[in-house]
Ligand binder design. Structure first.
Ligand code: IPE
Ligand code: IPE
Ligand code: MG
Length: 253
């Protein structure tokens, strides 16, 4: 996706845009995008990877520090086996073909989700991408793959319970920080803004704990059609939101 960095920086500086510290994206609608064009669903997933490359570039150019993308949910296993294996092969291809450019662009990659049941070679590939980009200080790209928030909270609960059973943790001393530190997202700021494409208005088990105060923006475009214009529209919508976090509007004191 062509983005003119000078033009983008100028736009980002304009008051009508607000840049979130952490943007979460539910990349939905690949299948419908393909069907609407008489193509196979798998082609929609392929087009979805192109849109993801565009989003990464936009986040770099506009200075979004943290980006989490939902690429495969723990519930997506219920799809036909062929589609599931195509999505898995896409992740492999994305890492293989894009790792060098991510390194060049100073992107730090982290993959969140369960690694259980994943092919060991895929787990190695993920680890390799994380290690090779670990020292990068630019965009934090978090890929939610084989991710489900309820599974994440269940696993976190088990970890906390184990620490209690071992006598290392007093139940009374469990705080919100204890839970947050037991999630895959430990160390990351909570998302400020979550965008979902394709017109669906639900969270589908994405970052339930972390999104407690996220602004939600739903756009009608299918994920493969997401582009700079959509991105800017979303940031403009976000700029108009009044985030109160349970308090009162800042100017009514
Ligand atoms: C999102 O697109 C990608 C994944 C969930 C893997 P979908 O495949 O859900 O596309 P639709 O919602 O069926 O159109
Ligand atoms: C959510 O989309 C998961 C991803 C985008 C990876 P789904 O297409 O799986 O969600 P539902 O089934 O419509 O809620
Ligand atoms: Mg979908």
């Amino acid at each position: 996706m062509p983005t003119d960095p000078a033009f983008s920086k100028e736009l980002a500086a304009a008051p009508r845009l607000r840049i979130p510290n952490h943007l979460g994206v539910i990349m939905d609608g690949n299948g419908r995008w393909a069907t609407a064009r008489g193509k196979k669903r798998t082609e929609g997933h392929l087009a979805g990877v192109r849109a993801l490359r565009g989003l990464v570039e936009l986040c770099i150019n506009y200075g979004v520090p943290n980006l989490t993308v939902f690429s495969f949910s723990s519930e997506n296993w219920s799809r036909p086996a062929e589609e599931v294996s195509f999505i898995f092969s896409l992740l492999r291809r994305f890492v293989a073909s894009d790792l060098q450019s991510l390194i060049r662009n100073n992107v730090h990659v982290r993959v969140i989700g369960s690694r259980e049941g994943l092919d060991p070679s895929l787990v190695r590939l993920i680890r390799d991408a994380e290690q090779k980009t670990a020292a990068n200080t630019g965009l934090n790209l978090i890929v939610a793959f084989n991710y489900g928030s309820k599974a994440e909270l269940t696993e976190a609960t088990r970890a906390v319970a184990r620490a209690v059973a071992r006598g290392e943790l007093d139940p009374e001393s469990i705080t919100e920080e204890t839970i947050a530190a037991s999630l895959y997202t430990t160390g990351l700021p909570d998302p400020d803004l979550i965008v979902r494409t394709s017109g669906e208005q639900r969270i589908s088990n994405f970052l339930l704990w972390q999104a407690a105060y996220a602004e939600l923006v739903f756009v009608d475009e299918y994920w493969p059609d997401f582009n700079e214009a959509t991105f800017l529209r979303v940031l403009e919508t976000y700029a108009l939101r009044d985030r109160r976090f349970g308090g009162i509007e800042a100017r009514i004191t």
